[in-house]
Design a protein around this ligand. Structure first.
Ligand code: ATP
Length: 297
């Protein structure tokens, strides 16, 4: 990797608020390279914000969701679609064999390679995803990372009742979008749910239903099992969100991470064009400012 490379080259802004700052004039050899990290509970809009940021700065995204790293189950794991990516390259997304093990050590190794390849292209790495144990392991446990990179942490947050309602509605939307067909596709009565992609919330919950379905069970019983499974997915998604929030609080309060808190509650209270406008005004605008200050301070 080119060590003379610096942040000043890595993110040429496409926005005008830098006032024509000549970034190359700040190209000191002793400055650390910069990395943006977008955190938040499931359903808060991390992926959307990271893509929005990547369209303002020349950036590429590194997925830090331990389940989205696997190939397949795109609906269940809520992966961004090609259309949502808006041409922004994503790393570590849907790349691993569904049965493979993938742990924090693997992530650290792969994320560092991705970060360096992005920086070599004079671009900004944005890490985005809900697996806080992966992010923590990279930032806290890797002496190389700590010596080489400065991080800007953005935390997208929502009021809890709004988040709970949203994740519950999202499960219904996933079911409408074909979640059950996806899970049927990976169902294997012999497989266990402790390895690979089958750990995903939305897979083990359908086990009883799918076993019953394979045995010509009465339709009324099948309907009941299906409803129970969907309710369990909602409950487990909500528990995941709560655990993710606890971990984020611990990273801030115990480890002293400087998290820039972005409250998206107002956006989620709006619909359609109003929500879109509020997202740009309340989330994207302040986040772009925070990142710009981090890059050009
Ligand atoms: P933990 O140490 O509890 O595993 P973590 O921060 O390492 O926490 P999380 O991202 O919180 O990892 O994931 C915990 C569990 O939540 C996963 O093992 C999986 O069951 C589920 N999960 C996480 N992300 C997704 C996803 N995108 N789709 C479905 N389930 C997910």
């Amino acid at each position: 990797m080119n060590l003379s490379y610096s942040i000043c080259k890595q993110a040429q802004p496409l926005i005008s608020f830098t006032g024509g700052l000549n970034t190359n004039s700040l190209n000191f050899h002793n400055r650390k390279d910069k990395v943006v990290v977008v955190m938040g509970a499931t359903g808060t809009g991390k992926s959307r914000l990271s893509i929005d940021l990547a369209t303002h700065f020349q950036a590429e995204i590194i997925n830090s969701d331990k389940i989205q790293v696997y190939k397949g189950l795109d609906i269940v794991t809520n992966k961004v679609t090609e259309e949502e990516c808006r041409g922004i390259p994503h790393h570590l997304l849907g790349i691993k064999d569904p049965d493979a093990d993938y742990n924090a050590t693997n992530f650290r190794h792969d994320a560092l390679l991705a970060i360096e390849s992005i920086i070599e292209q004079d671009k900004l790495p944005i890490i985005a995803g809900g697996s806080n144990s992966f992010i923590e392991s990279l930032v806290n446990d890797d002496p190389y990372f700590a010596s080489r990179y400065d991080c800007c942490f953005l935390w997208v947050d929502l009021s809890l009742p709004i988040l709970q309602r949203f994740v519950s509605e999202r499960v219904d939307q996933m079911v409408e979008a074909g979640l059950l067909e996806e899970v049927r596709g990976v169902f294997d009565p012999e497989a266990n749910y402790t390895q690979g992609i089958r750990r995903a919330i939305g897979v083990p919950e359908f086990d009883s239903f799918l076993r019953a379905e394979g045995k010509n069970t009465d339709q009324e019983i099948l309907d009941t099992l299906l409803h129970l499974a969907i309710d369990e997915v909602k409950e487990n998604t909500w528990k995941l969100a709560c655990r993710q929030l606890q971990k984020i609080h611990r990273l801030r309060d115990f480890w002293g991470w400087n998290l820039h808190h972005i409250d998206a509650t107002e956006v989620f209270l709006k619909q359609g064009e109003d929500a879109h406008e509020a997202w740009k005004r309340l989330i994207v605008g302040p986040s772009v400012m925070t990142v710009a200050q981090f890059l050009y301070r």
